[in-house]
Design a protein around this ligand. Structure first.
Ligand code: GDP
Ligand code: IMO
Ligand code: MG
Length: 432
């Protein structure tokens, strides 16, 4: 029963979409298990670029089941427009399934996200303003509207009224917005329900059937370990659990259904939004990484903050997710940087040394990364397809990562295209 979880090990945008697309070749099903359209997963195929916010990155493989699991929060406006855009490009979306238990992002969630950030002022989190936090908050408060509610006008209207009631005060600045009108909102969401009905399914059961017949299910993570609500750099995190353990809850399978956990890690580090980032670079090297790596948010277009690879954070992510494999992406972006630096420990303001990721917020906010230097390489490596085609310095860099994490590297990305990948020596891809 091969269940394979694929998650981000840093602050997101590691290239999870590309890795899922690659591994999906031999899987029968791909399921997203958390997050919403705060995610932006990019896949480049034959010079065609696809950006997915909600639809699983397996959708370009005809005949696969691509499920949006119960743990995802779904903005139906975004989902229907993603479906339409794919259809226009000739992609078959027949395999798309949507959990009846997934929660819906409502217009007031988006308004509350925006208002919440404005209220925080300088202390803002830098959310994507897609309504993610307020939607998960309603889910926990048991005031959420679920996909299944779209199919019953009476229930839908009642639930929206109940959810709106405690928010009247907070929503006062938006009182004149027609989107907030109970009747208009109910009618709009019923229309979405009508459109989405053919996709609504018991997605947990689809996972069980696939796993029980010995076929592979990929559990596609969004966001990443350091944005995890419980284990990330709280409060500068997202409102779901992107760690591997959450795949079980968010898709509806048991821990023993999971056979492999793949961590996707960029060869350097990026972060969008506010919060601590010990290996951040504010000099010309940071600019080089941003420009060469095209580090602009897929969802919001914001500049991504860039820095060196952080092994303290990677070791933390490795243990927390109990990784069985690593996929290193964007190694090509490091060409031309010499020397390379890798963060190996943090130093606190009073000189204390941290070899492990500190759990205390104030330490993390003030800690500075300390580095080891490694020789860089000049060559363009985007054409490399095997380990032996990589310069020795690049192989040493990869070996240092793998050794520090204690996990084998199975894939290395050397460009955005799906063929721009090095499958590491002697590694049989069980999942792919
Ligand atoms: P995700 O959210 O983790 O799926 O990652 P994003 O799609 O937001 O960001 C990763 C970006 O890097 C995308 O534009 C990808 O096309 C691109 N990308 C992925 N792998 C590689 C790689 O190995 N090299 C380069 N140069 N770009 C890559
Ligand atoms: P993918 O799946 C990078 C960040 C936001 C903000 C914080 C909280 O493409 O890797 P939210 O809107 O979730 O309440 O914002 O989380 N964030 C991401 N950063 N990649 C993502 O997704 C992200 N999704 C959310 O920038 O700092
Ligand atoms: Mg992204």
């Amino acid at each position: 029963m091969p269940g394979v979880v694929i998650i981000g090990t840093q602050w997101g945008d590691e290239g999870k979409g590309k890795v899922v697309d690659l591994l999906a070749e031999r899987a029968a099903m791909v399921v997203r298990f958390q997050g919403g359209n705060n995610a932006g997963h990019t896949i480049v195929r034959d010079d065609e670029t696809f950006k997915f916010h909600l639809i699983p990155s397996g959708i370009l493989h005809p005949g696969k089941i691509c499920a949006i699991g119960n743990g995802v929060v779904v903005d139906p406006a975004v989902l229907t427009s993603e479906i339409d855009a794919l259809r226009r490009r000739g992609v078959d979306v027949g395999g798309l399934k949507l959990s009846a238990n997934a929660h819906l992002i409502m217009p007031y969630h988006v308004m509350l996200d925006t208002a919440g950030e404005a209220k925080l002022g300088k202390l803002e989190i830098g959310t994507t303003k897609r309504g993610i936090g307020p939607c998960y908050a309603d889910k926990s408060a048991r005031l959420g509207i679920r996909v299944q509610d779209l199919l019953d006008a009476k229930i839908l209207r009642k639930k929206i009224a109940a959810a709106l009631e405690p928010k009247q005060q907070l929503l006062r600045p938006f009182a004149r917005d027609p989107k907030l009108d109970l009747h208009t909102m109910t009618e709009e969401y019923l229309r979405y329900g009508h459109r989405l009905e053919p996709h609504i399914a018991d997605t947990a059961k689809l996972c069980w059937e696939t796993l029980d017949s010995g076929r592979t299910v990929l559990f596609e993570g969004a966001q990443a370990t350091l944005l995890d609500l419980d284990h990330g750099t709280y409060p500068f995190v997202t409102s779901s659990n992107p760690v591997a353990g959450a795949a079980c809850v968010g898709a509806g399978v048991g821990p023993t259904d999971i056979d492999e956990v793949w961590g996707v890690c960029k060869a350097y580090t990026t972060r969008v939004g506010a919060g601590p980032f010990p290996s951040e670079l504010t000099d010309e090297v940071g600019v080089h990484l941003r420009d060469r790596g095209h580090e602009f948010g897929t969802t919001t277009g914001r500049e991504r903050r860039c820095g060196w690879l952080d092994l303290v954070a990677l070791r933390y992510a490795t243990r927390l997710n109990r990784l069985s494999a690593l996929a290193i992406t964007k190694l090509d972006v490091l060409s031309g940087l010499d020397p390379l630096r890798i963060a190996v420990r943090y130093r606190g303001t009073e000189g204390a040394v941290f070899e492990e990721f500190p759990y205390h917020q104030s330490i993390l906010h003030t800690a500075a990364a300390e580095y080891e230097e490694m020789p860089g390489w000049e060559e363009d490596i985007s054409g490399a397809r095997s380990e032996s085609e990589l310069p020795p310095q690049a192989r040493d860099y990869l070996a240092a990562i793998s050794e520090s994490a204690g996990v084998p590297i199975k894939l290395v990305g050397v460009g955005p295209g799906r063929e721009q990948v090095v499958r590491m020596n002697g590694v049989e891809l069980k999942a792919a």
